[in-house]
Design a protein around this ligand. Structure first.
Ligand SMILES: Cc1cc2nc3c(=O)[nH]c(=O)nc-3n(C[C@H](O)[C@H](O)[C@H](O)COP(=O)(O)OP(=O)(O)OC[C@H]3O[C@@H](n4cnc5c(N)ncnc54)[C@H](O)[C@@H]3O)c2cc1C
Length: 530
């Protein structure tokens, strides 16, 4: 196969135009083209008056070797082999199947790989299967009733289950392809393999996740719900067993630990058991909501609403003079702002979308980086306590019933309370209450956001419009803790493999899934199948 980069076509191009462009780029006769498929499709909207689709295409031609030796061009190369490289198992025999704690992207993909290589993993998940979890999440949205073990963070699929399902990532790891392929095998649309910014949506994710679970069990693995790991039994600095709440202990010499960024009780238990943890930087801020039409117009101009474009997104960054940075994060086109509480008296927020991204509002986190210096203590869990402090303030500001505190952007900038909403309705459920959001943020976060918003307005007109909705408080953008691991992916406890976002080595669905694969590979490299 040959890979052709940078084939630019107008937004309204005909499907046959791509084939013609491929033939023209290759400089061959039509009958010499055997087949082709899109490898990557992106939107180039830098010039609003001339928005293009940009394709990379894989093409097969007759006499490929001869063709390559004749045609030397950086825009035509041999397509690299993207097949997943299976690792060779080690020799140390496991007496029991490996355990995987957590069924978020990291745990799920670790378990899937272990299952595919015959290790019959046992996944322990504190929450419920996705179908039951969905009902608990609905109850939270409709009645503000929080289930401590079944919510937007805990349960099958982890934090990514109710999300926009964005599959974009900043990591460059060939395993990303493996993750996308597994999602497609589990029923995700094939377009995720080539779209530059693929996403799955909260309406499609549950079925995809439960199909991955079915594959794990069909391959001899097991997924146990309602199984919170409450303790580790460690002998001579080696994993010996885990204790599951209400179920006793399970022997395990090899454990992948993928608890996500919100398992605060689990972090505390790990620390008590002597597992090395470190506080790490994360970010804190608010969600902002606009009409999606405003974002589409700002990004695409007259082409806004074109069916080939879909709802627009954005990403902006600002360095404040004092050294702080603010940025937009996890933008959800046509989405909803959601509460992602896991504790009785705290209210963190996040965003999600359905696959169609057809909601009236766009939302995104508006974050400022914080570091251990801000936490006021050098305790490894100080960042977690710091998060808790601001989540509790937001909870109280909303009325202590999981209503979210909300303020208009104009009022936040002018430091005055909002009296009424403007033309934008908050999407947050079960409800909201007008509040001064500076009361649930550290002063330097408020100040940095007040500097950033006017700058973002310049880049995306309307971004800081007076009635844009701000909702508090966004604290769980990444883990406040790192579970330290060595080059072989083991913690200071032999046989304990921390993975994913909660372990501090990933952020987002793709990088967490990839990290799960890497942890599973490390385990496979060391141990033979039980
Ligand atoms: C609302 C929302 C929207 C998001 N949108 C996106 C997006 O569009 N794109 C993106 O890339 N990222 C998104 N994210 C972030 C993404 O979901 C996370 O980065 C990712 O899920 C982290 O994967 P993980 O496997 O490391 O942890 P998690 O997904 O958090 O999974 C951890 C799992 O471990 C379980 N667990 C915890 N402790 C224990 C224990 N002691 N015993 C047993 N089980 C335990 C939990 O119940 C959970 O199921 C979103 C997050 C949220 C909350």
């Amino acid at each position: 196969m040959l890979r052709l980069h940078e084939i630019k076509l107008a937004l309204d191009h005909d499907p046959a135009d791509l084939e013609r462009a491929v033939i023209a780029r290759l400089g061959i006769r039509p009958e010499e083209l055997v087949e082709f498929h899109i490898f990557r499709q992106a939107v180039d909207a830098r010039k609003k008056g001339a928005i293009h689709l940009v394709y990379s295409v894989d093409a097969a031609v007759k006499n490929e070797q001869r063709f390559l030796s004749r045609r030397k061009s950086p825009a035509i190369v041999a397509a690299p082999d993207l097949a997943y490289q299976v690792v060779t198992p080690g020799r140390e025999k496991l007496q029991q199947p490996p355990l995987v704690i957590g069924s978020g992207p990291a745990g799920l993909f670790a378990a899937l790989l272990l299952a595919r290589q015959g290790y019959r993993p046992l996944v322990l998940e504190r929450g419920k299967p996705v179908e039951e979890r969905y009902l608990d999440v609905e109850r939270f949205w409709s009645a503000g009733k929080l289930e401590a073990e079944s919510n937007l963070h805990f349960g099958e699929g982890g934090a990514g289950t109710f999300s926009d399902g964005k599959l974009t990532t900043l990591i460059h790891d060939s395993r990303c392809r493996k993750v996308l392929e597994e999602f497609v095998l589990a029923g995700a649309p094939a377009e995720i393999l080539y779209l530059n910014k693929p996403h799955l949506g909260s309406d499609r994710l549950p079925a995809i996740i439960s199909r991955i679970r079915q594959t794990i069990t069909a391959l001899g693995g097991e997924v146990r719900f309602h199984s919170r790991v409450d303790d580790l039994l460690i002998k001579d600095k080696k994993m010996s067993a885990v204790v599951v709440a209400g179920q006793g202990s399970l022997e395990a010499a090899a454990v992948i630990l993928a608890p996500g960024n919100s398992a605060r009780d689990t972090f505390a238990m790990l620390l008590e058991r002597g597992v090395t943890l470190q506080a790490k930087p994360f970010s804190l801020g608010l969600r902002i909501e606009h009409p999606q039409s405003l974002i589409d117009q700002a990004q695409y101009g007259a082409a806004a609403g074109h069916p080939r474009l879909g709802p627009a997104d954005y990403k902006m960054f600002f360095h404040a003079p004092g050294g702080r940075s603010a940025y937009t994060f996890c933008m959800c086109p046509g989405g909803l702002v959601v509460g992602v509480a896991t504790e009785e008296d705290g209210l963190p927020t996040n965003g999600m979308s359905l696959f169609a991204r057809a909601g009236a509002n766009a939302n995104s986190a508006l974050l400022v980086g914080v570091t251990p210096v801000d936490f006021g203590s050098d305790h490894p869990l100080a960042g977690m306590e710091f998060q808790r402090t601001w989540e509790r303030k937001a909870f109280a500001l909303g009325g202590s019933n999981y209503f979210a505190p909300v303020q208009l952007t104009g009022d936040f900038l002018a430091d005055r309370p909002s009296a009424a909403l403007g033309n934008i309705q908050p999407t947050y459920r079960p409800g909201w209450r007008l509040a001064q959001l500076r009361d649930c943020l550290p002063g330097y976060v408020t100040e940095t956001l007040r500097l950033a918003l006017p700058l973002f307005e310049k880049r995306l007109p309307g971004f800081a419009r007076a009635d844009a909705i701000l909702t508090g408080v966004e604290t769980r953008s990444s883990s406040p803790v790192r579970i330290v691991r060595n080059d072989d992916f083991e913690s200071n406890i032999q046989g304990l493999y921390p993975a994913g976002e909660g372990a501090g080595y990933a952020g987002g669905i793709m990088s967490s899934a990839v990290d799960g694969l890497r942890a599973a590979e490390a385990l496979i490299r060391k141990y033979a199948c039980p």
